[in-house]
Write a protein that binds this ligand. Structure first.
Ligand code: UDP
Length: 389
């Protein structure tokens, strides 16, 4: 009996926000869909499973930092956004994580490692070099229209990026263009399958009024941004709609939203595993400009009112969505409420145009495109034992 060689791929991320995990899961899912039992994919959250204190708390530190105000994060982002400037931080992270990365690579002897977090790249490159030839590294950049320097330091292998904007940033960092593939940002199958939306059916399934417009509000996996103020502004605007607020891991805003009596129906949910259904039910999404959420909404043809963006990695996403006509920018709760009311009650034709533009901009095939690049590289490594590093 002929035995077929199984190629092993290790997909790793850190749990800062939710976008890295979503892109990792979407890519793993596409690899399994395309290559079935020829591939074995392990997806690992390195933060929790391998890092020890203090780096095991990176997700909490990130959450704390971005919840404060925009400027502390802006300072950290821009101060480290350069090859030499990040070099120092990278060495520090490498020193703190070297042993954990060694354990990770020893316990997951994959032909190819897919890195879905900028802070993991340098330690992984070093760990793989130490482990010897025969194992490759591909970096899947989970930013949408930009890319922090950390994604590209040190230079050396292959990158899969979401847009031409990120390819440009990679090229500016000295990465040869033949090492960069543009695939779109990988989005999970449930969003792609839900792209032909049937809002009325989805509302019935979710216990919403099928005849009332639905506004979906969220702030990434951590429920970041002024969700409470947004709901208040919408309630005060006289808007006729049901509001669904997904607070993610933000327990405090979840409790506050539930403790008030609102003048319009407000459904509050914490972290949900069926976001695609809530997107299907909605007429409009009010959100910060997180790359994962935006890519999913584009795939589902859901018009967006963007009400916030982290400085650095998320601000270019606003221009990407707005310049392409799939959303509008409304940086204060009052403006967001006004735009939502205008679009739902007085300007339905703009809403329909935004839906069309979203579908044009969407990259529903991104996960499969990324998976094909990854598979090609993994096959190279497994065939001749040579590394793409
Ligand atoms: N998400 C989810 N359930 C929730 C909230 C968010 O599955 O209740 C997912 C969402 O689908 C997206 C990711 O978390 O893929 C958020 O990523 P994004 O890049 O938008 O923002 P981040 O959380 O990284 O700041």
């Amino acid at each position: 009996m002929m035995t077929r060689r199984v190629i092993r791929v290790l997909v790793v991320f850190l749990n800062t926000g939710g976008g890295h995990r979503s892109a990792a899961d979407a890519t793993a899912e596409a690899l399994r869909d395309l290559y079935g039992d020829r591939v074995r994919v392990d997806v690992v959250d390195v933060t929790r499973e391998y890092f020890s204190w203090p780096v095991s708390k990176l997700d909490e530190m990130y959450e704390w930092l971005i919840r404060m105000r925009a400027w502390p994060w802006a300072i950290v982002y821009h101060l480290t956004d350069g090859a030499r400037r990040f070099g120092l931080v990278g060495r520090g992270v490498g020193w703190l994580t070297g042993r954990s990365i060694g354990h990770l690579l020893a316990e997951h002897p994959a032909e190819l490692v897919v890195c879905c977090h900028p802070l993991l790249r340098a330690p992984l490159a070093r760990g793989l070099r130490r482990a010897g030839k025969g194992r490759g590294l591909i970096t899947l950049v989970t930013d949408l229209a930009s890319g922090h320097a950390a994604w590209f330091v040190p230079p050396g292998e292959r990158w899969v990026v979401a847009t031409e904007g990120t390819r440009g940033r990679a090229a500016a960092m000295g990465i040869p263009t033949e090492c960069i593939e543009v695939s779109g940002l990988p989005v999970r199958r449930c969003f792609v399958n839900g792209a032909r939306r049937d809002p009325v059916a989805a509302r019935r399934r979710l216990g919403l009024d099928p005849d009332s417009p639905v506004v979906l509000l969220m702030g990434g996996a951590m429920g970041t941004g002024p969700l409470l103020q947004l709901v208040r502004a919408m309630a005060n605007s006289g808007l006729w709609a049901e509001l669904v607020v997904i607070t993610g891991r933000n327990k405090s805003v979840y409790e506050k939203l539930n403790s008030y009596k609102w003048s319009l129906p407000v459904h509050v949910a914490g972290f949900v595993s069926n976001l695609h259904e809530w997107m299907e039910a909605a007429d409009i999404l009010v959100t910060k400009a997180g790359p994962g959420t935006l890519s999913e909404a584009l795939v589902m043809g859901l018009p967006m009112v963007l009400c916030g963006a982290l400085p650095g990695q998320e601000r270019p996403n606003v221009d990407y969505v707005v310049a392409n006509g799939a959303g509008v920018w409304a940086p204060t709760p009052a403006e967001a409420a006004e735009r939502v009311q205008e679009l739902l009650e007085r300007d339905r034709s703009s809403l329909m145009r935004m839906e069309e533009r979203a579908r044009i901009l969407a990259q529903p095939d991104a996960a499969r495109r990324a998976a094909r690049v990854i598979w090609g590289a993994a096959e190279e490594c497994s065939l001749d034992g040579s590394s793409v590093i």
